[in-house]
Ligand binder design. Structure first.
Ligand SMILES: [Zn+2]
Ligand SMILES: [Zn+2]
Length: 183
């Protein structure tokens, strides 16, 4: 992960800004309409309604998270939104992401610095990921045994609303190769 405070150099910020620009241009071309980009279907409004009143800023944050398609910190997502001309505040981004996680529309892991990273979850099925501590790439992993165990504990413990968090991190093949080449 890149250190904090250096967001402008992160390629994800530029990518987010570009995606945001495309949507804004599309929306402007169709007055009163949502995005017309067929490659990026608009986020179902239901999703933003899950966390309260569907304000423009919440919709903007949710759409940016969905566009990102990987784990991202609130700070980085905020930087991407600002780079795209948004005026949303960091605390709003953080609150929205936390709320999305609470209603099951975002998966959350922590990076090596303990910072929370969020990834849009398009359906009710939560997923587990293997996250690279060096570059932040994430791949979904099969967590069948974890789910079976968690279901069993929930059924037999007497606890209600049992939830679980499983975080797998490592160094991906690409980063391992790059590190070897650099030595
Ligand atoms: Zn990596
Ligand atoms: Zn699970």
């Amino acid at each position: 992960m890149s250190p904090r405070g250096n967001n402008r150099d992160d390629p994800r910020v530029a990518a987010l800004a570009a995606a945001f620009d495309r949507r804004t241009a599309n929306a402007a071309a169709r007055p009163g309409g949502r995005t017309a980009d067929p490659a990026r279907p608009p986020t179902p409004p239901d999703d933003v309604g899950l966390i309260g009143r569907p304000t423009a800023q919440r919709t903007e944050i949710l759409q940016a998270l969905a566009d990102c398609q990987e784990f991202i910190s609130a700070q980085l997502l905020h930087a991407g939104l600002l780079a795209a001309g948004s005026r949303v505040g960091l605390s709003t981004v953080y609150r929205t992401l936390t709320a999305l996680a609470a209603v099951g529309r975002a998966d959350v892991v922590r990076d090596a610095n303990g910072e929370r990273l969020f990834r849009y979850r398009p359906d009710d099925d939560h997923r587990h990921y293997l996250l690279c501590r060096a570059c932040g790439i994430s791949i979904p992993v099969d967590a069948g045994p974890v789910e079976t165990w968690a279901d069993h504990m929930a059924r037999t413990s007497g606890f209600a609303d049992v939830q679980h968090t499983v975080e797998l991190t490592g160094i991906c093949t690409g980063c391992t190769t790059a590190a070897r080449a650099g030595n």
